[in-house]
Design a protein around this ligand. Structure first.
Ligand SMILES: [Zn+2]
Length: 391
């Protein structure tokens, strides 16, 4: 259902004009006919603010003023296809701006006024948080189940990563499994969802065992319980990303030919935060040929995780630094041999790469705190579950 919707949307984006088209003009009743021009442009792939303004006939000095005023208020490299640009020009000179607006998604508006000192203001929308919960019986893939209950399909990637080591969805799902989910969404005044919905609880009964994920808040690691026992405290290496390449032999995107891919790739925009997936100590932070900017974390017991192609390290990330699951260690980039920005995530056991989605990645002894157990109890209560009942 959701996939069908993306086709006309994409067509719409592709059909967006590449250059500025004045949408409206008004005649001003004065001696000579002069016009105020206004334009509205939907940003397309490859557009830049400066180029669009130049194509709209805006003077170099006003374009420079706009860029200067935006500095520190909005990073114009964050403009995405589908964002909207609006401006009006002065009555006496159509090459001079009177106002400029950037509608940059999630209800955020950046507004510039050119009357007097040029000033940029960023307006954040008012949002309300809505909690959602659903229970469903799996009857196919996790992805289909998520779509059917109106949950973000990307949760399938997050759930797969968070439960890696305990559950292998491709191997273990047979159909008929009970699945419960609680998540939160931030709602804009127009009813649309802002940003990324957040998963707070999920329960899957699979092979006679109850697996429960509990996320106490966005900054904390996610806890995985098996039949009420905490078995894993982990974080996905990245939130809300698309799994773009799996472990195993594949055609190399840059070098060509079939080569072994020793990790999994998550496609995400440059700058997207990357988290340590488990507790450990950084043993390498530097550049490796092919991998680009790379961090290796030693989790003990012969288990190391590797995060590659980064654009930057988070502050203080150096060999010897201790990290916890969910700690931010760097940002997505395109360093090394890549065709675009992505995170290459690798799990090594005794130096040998293993499939992070299939093997016992990051095994650690875990003890649940009172806070952990309280969060588990709240998730169970909200989804009408008692541990006494048969799964
Ligand atoms: Zn990779």
């Amino acid at each position: 259902m959701a996939t069908k919707l993306t086709v006309p949307l994409l067509a719409f984006l592709l059909a967006a004009p590449l250059h500025a088209e004045p949408l409206a003009s008004e005649q001003i009743e004065t001696g000579a006919a002069v016009e105020v021009q206004s334009a509205e442009i939907t940003i397309a792939q490859g557009d830049s603010l400066d180029r669009l303004l130049a194509q709209g006939g805006i003077s170099p000095s006003d374009r420079a003023e706009a860029a200067l005023a935006l500095d520190g208020v909005y990073d114009i490299r964050d403009l995405r296809p589908g964002n909207v640009l609006r401006w009006t020009t002065r009555r006496d000179d159509n090459s001079r701006l009177e106002s400029l607006q950037l509608l940059v998604g999630n209800g955020v508006e950046v507004s510039l006024s050119f009357t007097g000192e040029v000033e940029a203001v960023r307006l954040e929308p008012e949002t309300t948080t809505r909690g959602r919960q659903e229970t469903v019986v799996l009857n196919g893939s996790l992805y289909d189940a998520l779509v059917s209950i109106g949950a973000p399909p990307r949760f399938a990637v997050d759930l797969t990563a968070l439960m890696a080591g305990q559950v292998d969805f491709r191997r273990d799902l047979r159909g008929g499994e009970a699945f419960a989910l609680i998540w939160q969404e931030d709602i804009l005044p127009d009813g649309s969802i802002a940003g990324e919905p957040r998963l707070s609880y999920s329960r899957l009964t699979i092979g006679g065992h109850d697996y429960e994920l509990v996320a106490t808040d966005a900054a904390s690691p996610v806890l995985l319980f098996e039949d009420g026992e905490l078995v894993q405290r982990s974080a996905p290496p990245i939130m809300g990303a698309r799994l773009s390449s799996v472990f195993g032999n594949r055609n190399h995107p840059v070098l060509g030919g079939r080569r072994m891919h020793t990790g999994i790739d998550y496609a995400a925009p440059t700058g997207t935060p990357i988290n340590a997936t488990g507790a450990g100590r950084i043993v390498y932070a530097g550049t490796i040929r092919g991998y680009g900017l790379t961090i290796d974390v030693d989790h003990g017991g012969g288990v190391t995780t590797r995060y590659a192609h980064l654009s930057a390290f988070a502050e203080g990330m150096a060999p010897g630094t201790r990290v916890r699951a969910g700690d931010r260690i760097g940002a997505v980039g395109a360093t090394g041999l890549v065709s675009g920005p992505n995170l290459h995530y690798e799990v090594l056991i005794d130096g040998r790469p293993v499939d992070p989605l299939e093997d016992d990645a990051v095994p650690t002894q875990e003890i649940a705190s009172a806070i952990d157990m309280d969060a588990l109890a709240r998730g169970r209560l909200a989804t009408g579950y008692s541990s006494d009942q048969e799964g």
